[in-house]
Ligand binder design. Sequence first.
Ligand code: SAM
Length: 220
Amino acid sequence: MARTYMEIGVRDGSTLAMIDCAAIGVDPHFQFNSNPIGTKPSLFLYQKTSDQFFRDHDVRAISGDTLDVVFLDGLHQFEYLLRDFMNSEKNCHRHSLIMLDDCLPVNAEMTERRHNASQRRDQNYAGWWTGDVWKIIPILKKYRKDLHITLVDTSPTGTVCITNLNPSSTVLEDNYYKIIQEFRGISMTDESIEKFYQEHDIVSSQAVMSGFDASLTAGP
Ligand SMILES: C[S@@+](CC[C@H](N)C(=O)[O-])C[C@H]1O[C@@H](n2cnc3c(N)ncnc32)[C@H](O)[C@@H]1O
C-alpha cells in the first residue's frame, strides 16, 4: 500500500480524488468541480507550475517522507516531463513507482508541440493531444538503462511505469542540455510511429492489474 502520492498536472482532480493516502497535487490552474480530499489523511495543493513547485518547496518536508507513487501528467512537452521526472525521482526511493501519462500516441499528428486541433487531418482525434512526451521513452532507455520501464496500454494514450529508481542518480541532470539538443529536432511521423510501436513491447493494463510484475507494486 502506498503511503505517499504526488500528482503533477491535476486539472479537475479526477485521478487525485481516487487516491486514499497522503497526497500532494500541483497544477498552475486547478479546475476542481468537487472536493478532492476523500479519505486522504492529508492533501497539499500547490497552484503553480511544476518547475516553480520544485524550485520553491522541499517535497520530503511536505510529505514527511519519500514518495511511494508519482503520477506525471503536467505540460506535454518532453523537456518539461524530463524535468518533472528528474525532480520527482530525487524524492522517491528505489521501489517507488513513477507513472508518466500520454506517452503512447494513437497517431503522429497528436504529438505536435502545441495543440492545434483545427489543423488536424484526422478530426476524430483532434481533441487528443499527447505533445512530444513520447520522447521520454527513448531518452530514458538510452541514458538510464538501470531503470525498469514498462509501457502499459491504458486508454486513451498509455501509461509508462518506471521502477528500480535511483534518487542519487545525476545522469539526466548532467546530460540535460545534451539530451534536449539531441531530441528537440526529432518529430513523430506516420512512418516513425509504426517503427516506434514495432520496437516497443506494450503490456496490457489487465495483465499489470493481475500482478504482471511485482516490481511495479513492491514496497521499500
Ligand atoms: C491532462 S491534464 C491532467 C489530468 C489529471 N492528471 C487527471 O488524471 O485527471 C494536464 C494538466 O497539466 C497542467 N499543467 C500545464 N502546465 C503545467 C506545468 N508547467 N506544471 C504542472 N502542471 C501543468 C494543466 O493545467 C492541466 O490541468
